[in-house]
Design a protein around this ligand. Structure first.
Ligand code: PEP
Length: 251
């Protein structure tokens, strides 16, 4: 059975005190969620250590939102994969559309980041997804398969066991517009076929593929009922413990 994951991407939100309170509330309410669902929280860098202390022993896992493309040294403002591991992270998100759009995150950089994440024992939540104009032009399958092939096809099947893919159509992120369950299932199934064609059926069947983009308690059940959707990467709705837990309870 594929792992089901509901991960909260807090982005650049909350003070440390607010983040700690949010993590405490999630840990408290975690018992309402099926044991089959792995909860992950991805706070800002400054919150990682205090949030790690809150979630210790709880089965909620810690993720960073990004990591550096260099191992260490004179790279002012960057945070390395080794530092994230040391802070208590099990995962890092890589390739979020906001990083691609605002910070020039190319596939070339993502290949380096992914290698460093693995070297340091981190799993990766790798984001892909098309922009509105790309979907309207009917290019969404091409965009997603290129994002996948450029970064993931250099990995071994063993490394793929530490990759979670998050399909996040850019037009659905933070907009309140969600992909319909048909649109999401269609592209999740396509992603699985793309993996199968390159890595074989076993890797494709075992890879967790999350949906992200305005996922909320009211639409999570329908999305998560799709056969190729294995959970969600949640932005806005992950900032309220009640909503985050309600989404995870959709399983
Ligand atoms: C995200 O940015 O990963 C995301 C899914 O955001 P939102 O849920 O707010 O659309």
């Amino acid at each position: 059975m594929r792992k089901k994951i509901v991960a909260g991407n807090w982005k650049m939100n909350t003070t440390v005190a607010e983040g700690v309170a949010l993590a405490k509330a999630i840990v408290k309410q975690k018992k309402e969620v099926s044991k089959d669902v792995q909860l992950v929280v991805a706070p800002p860098f400054t919150h990682l250590v205090p949030v790690a202390q809150v979630i210790e022993g709880s089965s909620v896992a810690l993720s960073a939102q990004n990591c550096a493309d260099q191992p260490k040294g004179a790279f002012t403002g960057e945070v390395s994969a080794a530092m994230l591991k040391d802070a208590g992270c099990a995962y890092t998100i890589l390739g979020h559309s906001e990083r691609r759009e605002y910070y020039g995150e190319t596939s070339e950089k993502l290949v380096k980041k992914m290698a460093l994440a693995f070297e340091n024992g981190l799993k990766v939540i790798f984001c892909v997804g098309e922009k509105l104009e790309e979907r309207n032009a009917g290019h969404h399958f091409d965009v997603v398969s290129t994002q996948i092939s450029e970064v993931l096809f250099g990995l071994t099947p063993e490394q793929m066991a530490d990759v979670v893919i998050a399909y996040e159509p850019v037009w659905a992120i933070g907009t309140g517009v969600t992909a319909t369950s048909e649109q999401a299932q269609e592209i999740h199934s396509f992603i699985r076929q793309t993996l199968a064609a390159h890595f074989g059926g076993k890797v494709a069947e075992e890879t967790t593929i999350l949906y992200g983009g305005s996922c909320k308690p009211s639409n999570a059940k329908e999305l998560f009922a799709c056969p190729d959707i294995d959970g969600g990467l949640i932005g806005g709705a992950s900032l309220k413990a009640d909503d985050f837990i309600a989404i995870a309870k959709a399983y």
